[in-house]
Design a protein around this ligand. Structure first.
Ligand code: SAM
Length: 292
């Protein structure tokens, strides 16, 4: 395991933090930004950015990233001894609110706010994506929390990671949800999270690439699909999405960066979708589309 770290101002570090998660090859397994302990509460200049990689990241790519985000300095790459560094880097991330949803890890159970309308979800630090700290997950949850007076009958969370969105939807809509991921480890962790959140009876899980699984075929067509994956696979899945979503059914797309939005939207318009809503985020917009 390798750790790459920089220190600097919060603003200067935010963009490369996002880029490190998804743009590098291999991508970082975990990226965290923390304020250094030694500075005053309102000091935004002393933050640390840390990214963890299973394999040594290509120094050329790191240098390009540094050049694109001026003011980062050289960064510091070190090889770490064996340990679950991904979980370690996520420990103590803190309680995060995404609209009506409040996400926490076991270590923060005593810090939960006490609001009557909150839907509380426990996701412990682990190797599956989806603690609520990344803007794509947070954006999906925020947009989901704005639904009122409409609940779908059949729901798929495609690329579920930790199953955070499936758990949120099960709690919000009190519906059966199917959740899938291409990555087996994510599904093992998702299963634990589903248990921890008492929605075992409602959320079923399967390992699948895209829609390629008998459980997905049997449950289609869907009234609602979450797909928080990257722009490339999202665009590739547009026609399959249309084939598995009912007329007037919706899809929430995330994982695309702002500059990729037009291309992804065009692929979905071509497949028969129309944009209904959009959550604005400087880097990671979230789109809500309806199938016409
Ligand atoms: C950005 S994470 C999103 C996790 C979670 N849904 C969330 O919102 O936090 C993307 C997930 O999609 C999975 N994934 C990527 N491509 C996929 C594909 N073609 N089919 C199914 N899952 C995929 C990855 O393994 C990863 O767990």
């Amino acid at each position: 395991m390798y750790k790459l770290s920089w220190t600097g101002g919060k603003e200067a570090l935010e963009k490369p933090a996002n880029a490190l998660t998804d743009l590098l090859d291999p991508p970082a397994d975990a990226v965290s930004m923390t304020k250094q302990d030694t500075v005053a509460e309102d000091d935004e200049t002393a933050w640390s950015l840390e990214a963890y990689f299973q394999e040594r990241p290509d120094s050329e790519v790191i240098n390009t990233l540094v050049a694109e985000h001026g003011g980062l300095g050289a960064g510091f790459l070190e090889e770490l001894p064996d340990r679950d560094w991904v979980a370690h880097s996520l420990e103590g991330l803190g309680v995060v609110r995404c609209g009506r949803f409040v996400l926490y890890g076991a270590h923060d159970a005593d810090k939960l706010p006490d609001e009557a309308d909150d839907i509380v979800i426990r996701i412990d630090a682990n190797q599956a994506f989806g603690t609520g700290h990344h803007p794509t997950t947070a954006g999906c949850l925020t947009l989901l929390g704005r639904f009122s007076g409409w609940a779908p009958k059949s729901v798929l969370d495609l690329g579920c990671g930790s199953a955070v969105l499936a758990i949120a939807a099960a709690k919000l809509w009190d519906r059966d949800i199917l959740a899938s991921d291409i990555d087996e480890t994510s599904i093992v962790i998702a299963r634990e999270n589903v248990k921890l959140n008492d929605v075992e009876g409602q959320v079923s899980l399967c390992v699948a690439a895209g829609f390629d699984h008998p459980d997905i075929a049997a449950a289609a067509s869907f009234d609602f699909v979450f797909a928080n994956i990257l722009a490339g696979p999202l665009a590739e899945l547009a026609q399959d999405m249309a084939a598995h979503i009912a007329k007037n059914g919706r899809v929430m797309l995330a994982g695309l960066m702002a500059e990729q939005e037009a291309g992804v939207l065009a692929a979905y318009e071509k497949a028969g979708f129309r944009q209904l809503n959009r959550l604005d985020h400087e880097t990671w917009p979230v789109l809500l589309l309806v199938r016409q």
